[in-house]
Design a protein around this ligand. Sequence first.
Ligand SMILES: *[C@@H]1O[C@H](CO)[C@@H](O)[C@H](O)[C@H]1NC(C)=O
Ligand SMILES: *[C@@H]1O[C@H](CO)[C@@H](O)[C@H](O)[C@H]1NC(C)=O
Ligand SMILES: *[C@@H]1O[C@H](CO)[C@@H](O)[C@H](O)[C@H]1NC(C)=O
Length: 179
Amino acid sequence: MFPILAFLLLPSILAKTSPPVDHLPPKGHLLVSKSILNKVVVQNADVVVKYSLYNVGAGVALDVNLSDLEFSTESSDFTLVAGDPRFKLPAMIGGSNFSHTIVVRPRKAGNLNFTAARISYRTGEKSEFQIAESSIPAEVEVKFATDHFRRLSSHFGEWCGFSAVTFSFLLVSKYNWLQ
Ligand SMILES: *[C@@H]1O[C@H](CO)[C@@H](O)[C@H](O)[C@H]1NC(C)=O
Ligand SMILES: *[C@@H]1O[C@H](CO)[C@@H](O)[C@H](O)[C@H]1NC(C)=O
Ligand SMILES: *[C@@H]1O[C@H](CO)[C@@H](O)[C@H](O)[C@H]1NC(C)=O
């Protein structure tokens, strides 16, 4: 009984869920991610920020304009080192992707939440502008430059000590061998 009922109901369910048949042109739809490529983020040291844009729509996205205020204002907690946190693309066809990287340096240490970049674009030739926001990277800890480099130099010290021991051992062996 149940399978027959389901079979009878199926067409009406499909009719309800399928979109109305019309001839609207396909639209562009952008998804944008903002990510940090560094494993460790240190105060006053380079951080690589990557913006990835995906047009997951079937149509073209036009007049794409990305602007990241986090790195492009005077009061920013970052110094811009390379690249532009504002860029434009005339068009992105459906299914295409694009990425753009910039380099910044955090001015302060401490825990930090990044903010989203803003994107505007048109979803088709005759469409209005659409506003979107990028995803944001997870909260990061910006390490104090002094702590970070002290730790690095302590490793350097260990390494030098190890080399000195190894080297003196070699010298002793050589000396013994010469005798
Ligand atoms: C791009 O976006 C920014 C911020 O949303 C805006 O200030 C700027 O005028 C836009 N540029 C164009 C050409 O639309
Ligand atoms: C981006 O597009 C290129 C082709 O232009 C493709 O090879 C690549 O896999 C795409 N990347 C992603 C993450 O979709
Ligand atoms: C960052 O955001 C998370 C989640 O919203 C919050 O719990 C945390 O306190 C924030 N950290 C800072 C430094 O603002």
